[in-house]
Design a protein. Structure first.
Ligand code: IVH
Length: 678
């Protein structure tokens, strides 16, 4: 009997493994090669079959199973991870002349004439390192400051073109070891970007300006399930193998990555002279609009890896590579009018209405002028002919006013209105600020945007509370602040247009569900200036409940990660307003979760005072400060008799001398790491 059970289990394990292999193959065909062999429905069927078997035998689930891409629970922040070798950026060339100068230098420094180059597209996303151990993906790390990045593994795992595991066999055939690191570009294809922004617009959420920002925002999402929905893509462009040089040529390394299942951009070529480089650059400048993602240039790399070592680095960039940047796509057109938009914070943005002009494949009819400073800097008037630039941005920008006989100047100056175009409230520009704002707290534009923000998916996730419903609720005065959402009744909802019994019940159910959401969401939902999703998270972790946040002083707030004087001041100002405190009380009375889990700080170093000086090899000042503070210590700016430790990096100056003079203990980075260890 025991034997039979074992055999059955063995069979299931085989079945699970072969299903996984089959699914991995189809994921590769679909997401890497863009050439599926089976229909979506068939794929789903395989996946469901695997899920079912794994549910029956949960002990057989492995991290590299295709079912394990979305790892359920949201995280509380990102852990900092040092890079194996620094993640460098590239020097740029903006003209043929600059590129020729770079090429000449490569010849001079290498003492060779016969140099081969690899030309790759410069993808416009964010660079990301992937670490594999034993052929399995163990970490995804952002670039960060180049030395230390953030661990975004859970989000990276949701990207279907990134292999979670690569078989020994495949690695061997490709010539790769089982431990290695890949560097490449994470990006959001234009179609996914548009779809996501449409969706956000529908839910009244702020739009991402371009696919690059959207990629960064998505990679740093705290909820991997959201990352998974947003369809990112990843292209590998470099292999790092623990200081070893596995291939003589970069080209071979790219092929090896491709052969082991990574997506490597097929739009690459080898060039043996400048003309060939230049041809590739010209070809893709013309064809860039046809690509499904944004590029901003071409990266040229010396092919020989022996020459990489010989050429070395300058400061932050390798001498063996350069980025040729395409000029921004621009067009000339005339400003017909300038109107003003009012955002959630009351900010007034002047927007130029343009005579429609085609720029890089799309018709542009609006361009942002940002604020009054920008209008003055450009000297722009209504009727002017202007140059308009379009990056990957949703709203293009005006870059220059033309003034010649074909492009005469406009006559009408633009003035920022004294009254808000939406509510007629006063418009003010605070001293030292570039932006004009409507100060009417009850401005319908602000109110509408605030409610939409509060109800949106990433905040209180009240499905059904989109543009149309919110406009009615605010126009009819049923919702004057976010707490009013919780006072809605079926009767009130039924009095609205296009609201039936079922929809009203659904909205109420959604509202009820939102009460259970975490404290950070409520903090984010309040719409405090400068408090975004990430800051809200840190505030929730620090205070653990709303009362303590409401009462916090600027000083206390500045103890919170990433909160500086500007954010602290804004939070204090927000809660100094009695109406906002009442609002919090009302939310509490409505039954919202205003408590969270306080992230406890260590106590090991409590009452110990540190001073940081010089440059640390693996941590920035802020990171070191945080490590010490997380262990309960305090970091101050100057050395005194009360200082317990001075952490000295390279080039430490007068603070180190002072420490020696006063007999304060001096430690290095290693010593600090030891001390902060729990
Ligand atoms: S190679 C040391 N190749 O451009 C070599 N970078 O300013 C490092 N990028 O941060 C980069 N496409 O995010 C390389 N085919 C490509 C690239 C590429 C885009 C980005 C990358 C990097 C930036 C360089």
């Amino acid at each position: 009997m025991i034997f039979v059970m074992k055999a059955a289990k063995h069979n299931i394990q085989d079945e699970i493994e072969s299903l996984r292999e089959e699914i991995r193959h189809h994921e590769y065909r679909y997401y890497v090669l863009d050439d599926p062999e089976i229909s979506d429905a068939e794929f789903d069927r395989l996946m469901n079959q695997l899920k079912k078997l794994e549910a029956e035998q949960p002990e057989l689930i492995t991290a590299d199973s295709p079912t394990q891409r979305v790892g359920g629970k949201p995280r509380e922040g990102f852990v900092k991870v040092p890079h194996s070798i620094p993640m460098l950026s590239l020097d740029n060339a903006y003209s043929e002349e600059e590129l020729r100068a770079w090429e000449r230098r490569v010849h001079e420094l290498s003492g060779r004439e016969d140099i081969e180059y690899v030309c790759e597209l410069k993808l416009d996303g964010m660079s990301l390192a992937l670490r594999y151990e034993g052929g399995k993906l163990v970490r995804g790390i952002t670039r960060g400051d180049g030395n230390v990045g953030e661990d975004v593994t859970a989000n990276v795992r949701t990207v279907r073109s990134i292999p979670l595991g690569i078989s020994k066999d495949k690695l061997k055939k490709a010539g790769l070891p089982s431990d290695f690191e890949v560097r490449g570009e994470m990006l959001m294809p234009i179609a996914s970007f548009k779809r996501m922004n449409d969706e956000r617009e529908k839910h009244g959420l702020s739009l991402f300006a371009n696919p690059r920002n959207a990629t960064a925002g998505t990679v740093r999402q705290l909820e991997p399930s959201i990352t998974a929905q947003r369809r990112l893509d990843y292209f590998a462009y470099m292999l790092v193998a623990g200081g070893k040089n596995l291939f003589d040529q970069h080209w071979q390394a790219l092929n090896a990555l491709e052969n082991s299942g990574f997506k490597v951009n097929p739009r690459r070529t080898l060039a043996t002279n400048f003309d060939e480089l230049w041809k590739f650059i010209g070809e893709w400048e013309e064809k860039r609009e046809s690509l499904p993602y944004e590029i901003d240039g071409v990266v040229i790399k010396v092919n020989s890896t022996a020459l990489h070592r010989q050429l070395g680095f300058t400061g932050k960039a390798p001498r063996w590579a350069i980025a040729y940047k395409y000029a921004a796509r621009a067009g000339i057109t005339q400003i017909e009018n300038i109107h003003v938009q009012v955002g959630r914070t009351g900010k007034l943005t002047p927007v130029a209405e343009l005579k429609p002009v085609p720029i890089g494949g799309t018709t542009v009819s609006r361009a942002t002028l940002h604020n009054m400073d920008e209008i003055e800097r450009l000297g722009v008037k209504i009727g002017d002919w202007v140059e308009v630039e379009r990056g990957g941005d949703v709203i293009p920008k005006v870059t220059r006013v033309l003034d010649d006989k074909d492009h005469p100047r406009g006559r009408k100056s633009f003035e920022m209105p004294e009254r808000c175009p939406v509510c007629g409230g006063h418009v003010v520009r605070a001293e030292g600020e570039a932006d004009h704002r409507c100060v009417n707290q009850k401005c319908p534009a602000k109110l509408r945007e605030t409610i939409l923000h509060f109800a949106s998916r990433g905040v209180m996730n009240i499905d059904g509370m989109g543009d149309a419903l919110v406009a009615q609720l605010t126009d009819k005065g049923m919702v004057k602040d976010v707490a009013d959402i919780y006072k809605l009744t079926k009767g009130k909802l039924l009095s609205l247009e296009r609201m039936g019994d079922k929809s009203a019940e659904n909205v109420l159910k959604e509202i009820e569900n939102s009460k259970k959401l975490a404290l950070e969401r409520v903090i984010y939902g309040l719409g405090i200036r400068f408090v975004g999703e990430r800051t809200a998270q840190f505030l929730a972790e620090h205070f653990g409940n709303m009362q303590d946040l409401v009462k916090a002083s600027e000083e206390e707030l500045q103890q919170v990660e990433e909160v500086g004087p500007r954010i602290a001041k804004s939070i204090v100002e927000f809660f100094a307003e009695p109406k906002n405190r009442e609002l919090v009380d009302e939310l509490r009375a409505a039954g919202l979760t205003l408590k969270g889990k306080k992230k406890e700080r260590g106590t090991k170093l409590s009452s110990k005072t540190f001073v940081l000086t010089g440059t640390l090899a693996n941590y920035s000042r802020d990171e070191a400060k945080k490590m010490i503070e997380d262990a309960g210590g305090k970091v101050t700016g100057s050395v005194s008799k009360k200082t317990d430790y001075v952490v000295a990096g390279t080039d430490a100056g007068s603070k180190l001398d002072k420490a020696k003079e006063l007999g304060v203990k001096v430690i290095d980075e290693k010593g600090m790491e030891e001390l902060v260890k729990p």
